[in-house]
Design a protein around this ligand. Structure first.
Ligand code: PXP
Length: 242
């Protein structure tokens, strides 16, 4: 039997809407509680250098008020490392971050940045934080994750999600092959970015993938159906595909 696929709900864009006007509403911590009630297995939040959505106070509150494991997405910078070490979330997913990008546009080059990343992976791991590397589904990147001793990789599904026709088919195969490769080497594969009700099934069906992290679509859909309904439907589609 295939293990249950976990759903991490990324609440960044609740904070995006709040920050459009300042103030307190809508509250990403309230969204995390709603996601938990709807069957999320974890909460994911990206504290960006420019604090465009999640803020330091949100992170304090998420750590204090939410029972689900928190997956903190962070750039490999001294500032973020210090914050992660101070808060000790369940997991830290290291992502590439460019100030001018609209969202995380590609995977981390773990192979090319090996020496830079090593102390980050080591210090987070020593603090008991489960490190994940957000990478492209390629053998070269999995090999780097293995050498860095990262216990988890998260595959960037953006190219699959935004691709059409043969491109999406090719990308899906790359993700499935990379998931098998990671699992064979003792690394737990996760996946995320751009996943929706319409495209989640083939990713959820990859048996080695243990967790999906999904945000933008769920928060957008919540406008029409409410967040709990949106998370519940995603949960059901993931379970059906398994
Ligand atoms: N995983 C990682 C590492 C991400 O950076 C993001 C986007 O912030 C996601 C998952 C979720 O992507 P989306 O918001 O498109 O569902």
């Amino acid at each position: 039997m295939t293990r249950k696929l976990r759903l991490g709900v990324n609440i960044d864009h609740v904070a995006t809407i709040r920050n459009a006007r300042g103030g307190e509403h809508p509250d990403p911590v309230r969204a995390a509680h709603a996601a938990a009630r709807a069957g999320a297995d974890g909460i994911t939040a990206h504290l960006r250098e420019d604090r465009r959505h999640i803020t330091d106070r949100d992170l304090d509150r998420l750590m204090a008020e939410i029972d689900l494991p928190l997956n903190l997405e962070m750039a490999a910078t001294p500032e973020m490392l210090a914050i992660a070490l101070a808060h000790r979330p369940h997991a830290a997913c290291i992502v590439p971050e460019k100030r001018e990008e609209r969202t995380t546009e590609g995977g981390l080059d773990a192979a090319g940045q090996f020496a830079t990343l090593q102390p980050f992976v080591d210090q987070l791991t020593a603090a008991g934080i489960r490190v994940s590397l957000f990478i492209e589904p390629s053998e070269r990147q999995v090999d780097a994750a293995l050498r860095l001793a990262a216990p988890v990789v998260e595959y960037h599904t953006g190219r699959f999600a935004h691709g059409t026709g043969e491109d999406a088919v090719v990308e899906l195969k790359r993700i499935a092959d990379a998931a098998a490769l990671a699992a064979k080497n003792g690394i737990e594969p996760h996946a995320g970015h751009g996943l929706t009700f319409a495209n989640v099934a083939p990713i959820a069906a990859i048996p080695q993938i243990a967790e999906l992290n999904i945000g933008h679509f769920l928060i957008g859909e919540a406008i029409f159906t409410g967040l709990e309904a949106s998370v519940k439907r995603m949960r059901a589609l993931m379970d059906e595909a398994r």
